[in-house]
Design a protein around this ligand. Structure first.
Ligand code: DC
Length: 218
């Protein structure tokens, strides 16, 4: 059994940035479960399935194979043998992942992959239901959050840096909408596990968040 750190929280809380740094410092593998939902979302988009078409999504799960490999410590995601890692982080794919991840068959499809990675490796795994559902016996559970305004500003700065045109108000609206969807769904909604440690990063620097989380880990 690996040593398992679960890190859940809303979109834009900085989970992946922080988890990658903690993984490096502690020698864990970083498992980004959102990337798995995004890979399935690419599969549905490629097939032209609408997010409302639950039967179509369930059917399409049957011919999707998502797998993970690590290259120089970086997670690479494969969809039916194709490396789709560079296609995962668009708004279109993120929204499709958010709209299709409530479907129980979608979650079921990825559950075993996530649990196997945690069984076989020391991991820090980020997502929405890791501490509550995937790894209920994780050694450490963190719920990482930040205010909507902070998360919107971070996303805005990130996009501006990439030279993309964006609107802060629109980003904040999208974040609220995504939170609402992730937290109110029936299957495995985003919520803090009772035994998770709450870390609100609104007024913390990245090194402060990393060292806080590292202080709880072996
Ligand atoms: O963390 P992310 O933005 O890459 O995740 C994309 C979507 O996938 C997110 O809106 C909700 C869903 N997701 C999930 O339901 N469960 C997870 N463990 C991870 C992501």
């Amino acid at each position: 059994m690996g040593y398992n750190v679960a890190i859940d929280g809303p979109a834009g809380a900085g989970k992946s940035t922080i988890a990658k740094l903690v993984a490096k410092e502690k020698g864990y593998i970083y498992v980004d479960t959102g990337a798995m939902y995004r890979a399935l979302a690419i599969h549905f988009l490629k097939k032209g399935i609408s997010p409302e078409d639950t039967a179509g999504i369930v059917g399409a799960c049957g011919d999707a194979d998502v797998s993970i490999r690590y290259e120089n410590g970086a997670q690479q995601v494969f969809l039916n043998g194709e490396n789709v890692t560079s296609m995962l982080r668009t708004e279109e794919v993120g929204n499709m992942a958010s709209m299709t991840s409530p479907v129980p068959e979608v979650r079921e499809k990825l559950l075993e992959l996530q649990r196997t990675l945690a069984r076989e490796n020391d991991v820090i795994m980020d997502g929405r239901d890791i501490g509550t559902n995937i790894l209920p016996n994780a050694d450490v559970k963190i719920y990482l959050t930040a205010s909507v305004d902070t998360r919107a500003q971070r996303r805005y700065d990130e996009l501006k840096e990439k030279g993309e045109d964006c609107d802060l108000e629109q980003i904040a609206r999208d974040i609220r909408e995504r939170d609402e969807r992730d937290m109110s769904r029936e299957t495995a909604p985003l919520k803090k596990a009772e035994d998770a440690i709450l870390v609100d990063s609104s007024d913390m620097t990245i090194p402060e968040v990393v060292s806080t989380i590292c202080s709880y880990c072996r």
